[in-house]
Design a protein around this ligand. Structure first.
Ligand code: BDP
Length: 648
């Protein structure tokens, strides 16, 4: 992916054309379900019946085949989407490990059942971690891994007995093993006071349950299954696309690209090709252009026959036209240097845990834009696809991370772990490949990248990801020493986390400039690749003050940030291409005695999204950086006025 500026255009176009010969993804698409003239969507959000299987062997639900009939016993109301951990007063459910069952009866519109030409698809946006789904007691699918969607066609099943209500049962198990992603380990307690505990190697609460919306949606029997789009610029805008259809013996396709005003700017009647867009409106990041996040609409219209009937399907995909490239010192978007001034986030909030919540999402976007953040990293797992759609629309640039966090045990570098990690990357790229906001894949966070197996593991993983998508750079996030790290030769951008004066040399704020400077010089000296400071920060309990500052006090957090900033300001003139604060907001962790925890307090906002003093420091800085590195040319006096302008 490393491209020298001079040959940029040509090499990138070669890349663009190579993409569809890429490694074959999973055998079907995972287009986000959208209402259209040919398809309906029915949300199954709201209250479901819920029961945790607290039997000693955690297996009674299966021994008694509870999914065969309506759930009985201690059944409680459970909202979907939401983590179940924070919903009740029961500490046992908060910390539960094992199977839980969700169940709901759904009224399916009669015409969906009577019309055999309609596919009825059940889709779970995400459930953590392992899921099994039954419809009327019949197993229809299963899925390993949280965060990403899975779906199954159930039309034929519910048509067998249209008089029966459609009873959906979803069993979810949050147990993590050395081969799951993230890995974990169950530890059986010898003293038998507790049956077992879940050990994890990451710093956030292992929230569980159905986290993203559950839907039923329809398509015609012959349908648009997948669309892949890759864009580039070569005086005009180039949109290379490929449409896959299912169950069509014969058919015609019409692809029309429309601008924001609904005007057609390019069209084709081929299932794959390149659309050329004259006078293109490029997709620009927030604060890099006065009209960021420009999206065209690609309407795909299929007329097909399966030999007996004809079907008409329509799918509309938002498309942002932009290019991404990396040199040895720069990250380029649309051939212009892009500097990441942003945050790391979590999907995390009071009560709902990791459950999808529009109010929270929109609030977070308002805070990001208020702060002048132009980017975030989906630490430490993929976020809901609706969040990426917001990023597309608002021009917030995303480093899209898979759940490869806490790979610390050498057994988690084995073949089974690697095979699963490759599958998760397939699923992630399949879901997120068309989002213009996604500019880089991150395959892991702080793995034990100094261990010998890390070399083969990351070489394989990164090569696989580049085969899946040759158009985006790939990285993983390291905290390992530059001399011992085994994966860095394979990444396009070095992403380093460091916590100087926090996890070591505690209290020695004066060491930060020297240590940080060395960190950058060493990594750059060895690899000659651009560097992002992918995490830095300090915990602060809001409202605590002390001078001279001590750890956990707001002033201490501020000085850590400012000391890092002074070095970033030097190094961004050379090869540092971004800074992402750890963390956007405070978030939940397991309980512990090590710090003032429970909860990680490195947020610049509290968990309730109120600013600490650090948020104002970042706001000041990010608007200044936008002015220097973006292309708006805002005079300083305009910062405030842009900051307060409500973009909606
Ligand atoms: C980093 C981890 C992150 C933690 C952070 C911390 O990547 O998940 O939350 O440390 O300890 O190393 O605050």
């Amino acid at each position: 992916m490393e491209v020298r500026a001079a040959g940029l255009g040509m090499l990138r176009v070669v890349c663009l054309f190579a993409v569809f010969d890429a490694v074959c993804l999973l055998d079907s698409g995972m287009l986000f379900p959208r209402e259209s003239p040919s398809g309906e969507v029915k949300e199954l959000n709201g209250l479901w019946d819920f029961r945790a299987d607290d039997s000693t062997n955690r297996n009674q639900s299966f021994e008694r085949a509870r999914y065969k009939k309506r759930l009985i016993g201690p059944v409680i109301d459970m909202p979907v989407p939401a983590s179940y951990n924070g919903i009740t007063q029961d500490a046992a459910l908060r910390d539960f490990i094992g199977w839980v069952l969700y169940e709901r009866e759904v009224v399916v519109p009669a015409r969906w059942i009577s019309d055999e030409g309609t596919r009825v698809v059940l889709r779970v946006g995400s459930a953590h971690y392992f899921s099994i789904v039954w419809v009327n007691g019949v197993k229809v699918t299963q899925h390993a891994g949280g965060h990403l969607p899975f779906e199954v066609e159930i039309g034929s099943l519910i048509r067998k007995d249209p008089t029966m209500p459609c009873r959906i049962t979803i069993a979810v198990n949050n147990t993590l093993s050395l081969e799951t992603l993230p890995p974990g380990k169950i530890q059986y307690m010898e003293d038998r006071t507790k049956f077992f505990v879940q050990n994890i190697y990451f710093d956030f609460f292992n929230y569980a349950g159905i986290h993203c919306p559950v839907l039923l949606y329809t398509t015609p029997k012959a349908y648009v299954d997948d669309i892949s789009v890759v864009t580039d610029l070569d005086k005009t805008g180039l949109v290379k696309y490929k449409v896959s259809v299912q169950s069509a013996a014969k058919g015609t396709i019409r692809v029309t690209l429309k601008d924001k005003d609904g005007r057609s700017v390019a069209s084709s009647s081929k299932p794959s090709g390149v659309l050329k867009v004259e006078d293109v409106n490029l997709w620009w990041p927030y604060l890099m252009h006065e009209n960021p996040g420009y999206l065209y609409s690609m309407e795909v219209h299929l007329m097909a026959t399966d030999g007996r009937s004809t079907y008409e399907d329509m799918y509309t995909l938002p498309v942002g036209i932009r290019s991404v490239a990396v040199t040895s010192t720069q990250f380029l978007i649309n051939d212009k240097p892009f500097y990441f001034h942003g945050v790391n986030k979590h999907e995390d909030s009071d009560i709902r845990g990791k459950g999808f919540d529009w109010s929270l999402i929109v609030k977070d976007f308002n805070l990001l834009k208020w702060m002048g953040a132009n980017s975030f990293r989906t630490s430490h797992y993929p976020y809901a696809e609706e969040i990426l759609q917001m990023c597309d629309r608002h021009g917030i640039v995303v480093i899209d991370e898979c759940p490869g966090v806490g790979i610390k045990d050498i057994r988690s570098f084995g073949n089974a772990s690697l095979a699963h990690h490759l599958d998760v990357m397939d699923e992630l790229v399949r879901r997120d490949k068309n989002h213009p906001s996604v500019v880089m894949w991150s395959v892991a966070n702080e793995p034990a990248s100094e261990m010998p197996p890390a070399e083969f593991y990351f070489e394989t993983l990164i090569k696989h990801t580049k085969d899946l998508d040759p158009t985006r750079p790939v990285t993983y996030i390291t905290d390992s020493n530059y001399a011992r790290d085994k994966g860095a030769p394979f990444v396009d951008v070095i992403c380093v986390n460091s916590y100087f004066s926090w996890y070591h040399d505690s209290g020695h704020l004066e060491l930060i400039p020297l240590q940080l400077n060395n960190q950058f010089e060493n990594w750059y000296g060895k690899y000659k690749k651009p560097i992002i400071q992918s995490e830095y920060g300090a915990d602060a309990v809001p409202g605590l003050h002390s001078d001279p500052p001590v750890m956990f006090i707001e002033e201490y957090q501020n000085i850590v940030l400012q000391s890092y900033h002074s070095v970033f300001d030097q190094k961004k003139k050379q090869y540092v291409i971004g800074e992402l604060i750890w963390n956007f907001a405070d978030f939940m962790t397991v309980q512990g005695i090590k710090t003032i925890k429970t909860g990680n307090k490195k947020g610049v906002f509290t968990r309730q999204r109120q600013p600490k003093r650090a948020a104002f420091i970042l706001k000041e800085r990010y608007w200044r950086l936008a002015n220097e590195t973006g292309r708006l040319g805002l005079p300083p006096s305009n910062h405030q006025c842009h900051a307060v302008k409500n973009p909606w």
